[in-house]
Design a protein around this ligand. Structure first.
Ligand code: SF4
Length: 207
């Protein structure tokens, strides 16, 4: 075997090993979420969010680059983008709002619900805002926010997250493979919809 062939073989072996490792994480999460069938949706959402927080915390401790995370309260550019959640999360969000004695902007949810990931940005900025975003730019359901909001963490200047004025590919993310795989597995097992559709479906189920 030549040096070049050995290098290619080594690269392939590393790639295969990493793929098997990631596949195992994904499969473990699929099995864990499938095992929740029939359980209380809100309890499952709580447990999954706690698990997501734990994974992110653990990966941050292992990765010095996480010290560069720039996300903070009041920075809400990402809360104007389309967000996919699973139905249990919608049920939890509605419960959180009702317990807080607040009303949801159902008219805005209805308007948002006809938009897709592809044309989401065709809405005006105010209409694109998540219905859970407060007037001060902070999340009004922070403790109960979906996994997708928990794992989206950036290490670049927060101003670059403003997709109205910046290119989305200029944003640098801090990334946890385990968190990404956990969320992908949850969306596969529980089903994914954009937040307005998911929240409206959960509201209609309660009506
Ligand atoms: S749930 Fe909270 S963090 Fe997530 S998009 Fe809405 S306002 Fe932002």
């Amino acid at each position: 075997m030549t040096d070049d062939e050995r290098m290619v073989a080594n690269r392939k072996a590393r790639h295969d090993k990493k793929e098997a490792y990631l596949r195992a994480i994904y499969d473990r999460n699929l099995a864990r979420f499938r095992a929740t069938a029939g359980q209380n949706a809100i309890a499952v959402a709580h447990e999954t969010h706690a698990a997501m927080d734990a994974v992110i915390r653990q990966d941050q401790l292992k990765d010095p680059a996480s010290a560069g995370i720039r996300c903070g309260k009041g920075c809400s550019h990402c809360c104007h983008e389309s967000v996919a959640i699973w139905p249990h999360e919608a049920a939890l969000l509605i419960e959180a709002v009702h317990k807080a004695g607040r009303e949801l902007d159902r008219a805005r949810l209805e308007r948002q619900s006809v938009f897709t990931v592809e044309n989401w940005r065709q809405q005006g900025l105010a209409d694109r805002a998540c219905v859970f975003l407060g007037a001060d730019g902070s999340c009004t359901v922070y403790e109960f926010r979906p996994d997708v909001c928990r794992k989206l963490l950036v290490v670049t200047d927060p101003a670059l997250c403003d997709t109205t004025h910046q290119q989305p590919d200029s944003v640098g993310r801090w990334f946890s493979w385990e968190a990404e795989l956990m969320e992908s597995a949850a969306l596969e097992v529980f089903g994914a919809s954009l937040m307005p559709q998911a929240v409206l479906a959960a509201l209609r189920a309660k009506d």
